[in-house]
Design a protein around this ligand. Sequence first.
Ligand code: F0G
Length: 417
Amino acid sequence: MDSDSWLECISCHEKYDARKMIYTCEKCGHLLDVKYGNLETALDGDWKDKPISVWKYSPFLPRLKNVISLNEGKTNLYHCLNLAEKLGIKKLWVKNEGENPTGSFKDRGMTVGVSVAKSLGNKIVACASTGNTSASLAAYAAKAKMSCVVFIPSGKIALGKLAQAMMYGAIILAIKGNFDQALELVQESCEKFHMYLLNSLNPYRLEGQKTIGYEIIDQLNWQVPETIILPIGNAGNISAIYKGLLEWKEIGLIDRIPRMIGIQAEGSAPIANAYKKGEREVTFVEKPETVATAIRIGKPVNWEKALRAIYGTERGMAETVSDGEILEAQKMLARTEGIFVEPASASTIAGLRKLIMNGEIHRSERVVCVTTGHGLKDPDTAIKSCEETIQVEANIQEIEKILSEIIKKPVEAYAIE
Ligand code: F0G
């Protein structure tokens, strides 16, 4: 790794060598950031003309000799006219991170995180996960010829994610507890067994994820939207996007940062609760609950960085949504725009809807919702929340009987001009 980057404590600003395998400050225990000494040199580079992808933005990422990549990033930014009209705003985009190789934004973090793990000579990588992190880490570890151990909350991760981690060959420990307990346990185990931790506590993961913000601005032809909305679970992603945009602002590539809005599920909302009370500290939720299992987290490790993002941007904020609102929003996005996302991702649309209704988001505001994971990750929840299929005999008379009930208009009314 480049000698011009280092790790720095976000609280006491103690600096550490970029190659040091630590995840929190040895002096005060706070979180670490990756810092760079030479970002201005990027202003002269030709990287801007290249097609978007995580590694397009390598002038803002750790310099690595060998990169473990599955061709991540370059997800579509959909201009959502149908949904915008339904919700009553003018300009709405969805950045669909479900289009990444393993179906979630975690791949952006893992291409950097696993490359760093490999370059530091590690043989085993590990994480705790509500599902997507484990799926992504398992895939990148396979590509990197490394072993992978994942700790998941038993019975509480969506089936598609479990299938992925299994198929990519991870060793899976299904912990009889929740995600927060699994995360504490994996941290202890990493120390004892020399495993490299790739949860978002690892600051290199966040370096990869900050490219979501870079791609959004690139795809909007270097126009900065007013608002970015995304779900908060362990609070890494909101922190990552904010850090990346702050770096761009500091060197003058953009002149302002969009307001960051984080959405949490009502039953798992330590950060939104803190924001609503105007607090700078977070009270953890002991028994988090929500249908959006990806964000069923009560003790988000990156809470301090997330509050920095929320309070650090003008009109930044956090909001809660109910499980019912999440499931309704999931359907609404699928049925107006043809975009199928998992429940955690749909929380952004539910949040957007709530904030438009209470006047917090204005009609003319340019809003980007980040949908973080693919809908097929959690088929069970989708099937449960949709209308039942119609069982019918394989017989044309039966079918005609049913269709004439459902489709009341004559055939000509549907003819395509
Ligand atoms: N959306 C999805 C689909 C996720 O999987 C996660 C986190 C989040 C949002 C929240 O992001 O943690 O950066 O605030 N999933 C983690 C996991 C915890 O283990 O897969 P965050």
